[in-house]
Design a protein around this ligand. Sequence first.
Ligand code: SAM
Length: 296
Amino acid sequence: MTENKFIATPSRTREILSKYDLQAKKSLGQNFLIDVNILKNMLSYAGINKQAGVIEVGPGIGALTEQLAINAHKVIAFEIDQRLLPILKEELSPYQNVQIIHQDILQANVKDIIKQHFDDGQDVFVVANLPYYITTPIIMRILEEKLPIVNITVMLQKEVAERIIAQPNDKNIGSLSIAVQYYTIPEIVMHVPSSVFIPKPKIDSAILRLTMRDEPPVHVENEPFFFAVVRACFMHRRKTIKNNLSRYFKGEIPSETIQQILQNCQIEGTRRAESLSMSEFARLANQLYSIRQNLQ
Ligand code: SAM
């Protein structure tokens, strides 16, 4: 197949859209990629090879799926839009190693799909040009499912990628940064201009690689409680952590006890959440957890 025949080209994409009289649905975040070099770079950053198993979210008209089919062992792609199924069937018919599942990724049991379709010990990757209206729920769901995968390499809004990689004292840091960094090592591996999509989105994009950690970087007694404490600390960003925590635990843990815990953790109550490190959040959450257990 010559380069100019790939789906991820302006001419082929326009041809497919017109052949099937397809209008991209904004409500489903449909922006189709028309630059094959960006996709090749994306696959190489993900580390895709001929043995790889790949889960793709939202194949669209198959731009990324085609490159995955050529370079990986097997691709399972989840697509929510029924209109795209016959198009994918036809346009990806040269490739025998692709299976499309018509399902909302947020409803799918990806762990079972991996078990069914890939071999034990096979390296599995999640690769996607994400629908931007649900970037964060998709990433968080995949992380919370603790899938047996090597990494998640995704195209997403530049602004969300910057929030995910943010470190303490960076204005972009928030509970999303802490949650993603708890499970993975995130890196922005490429910036992507809006000109490489049809239709062209209003914002710039980035490719983010999330490398799964073998172990979390901190010890946490109870994960849901830890994440709840982190979210509570960031609830009102300009308020101090002591105020945010007192408000969150009102009626459960007295303010004086919270002040005492902050002192035990050697964290000034007047600090703001954006200045806390992951290990400070873990220390704080673990102490609050044991106090709460004793108070119950
Ligand atoms: N992969 C294609 C590409 O790179 O050109 C299309 C990417 S487009 C940004 C996002 C795709 O995700 C669309 O095909 C859209 O229909 C699909 N999608 C949106 N919401 C979804 C969901 N909840 N589950 C699965 N697919 C979804």
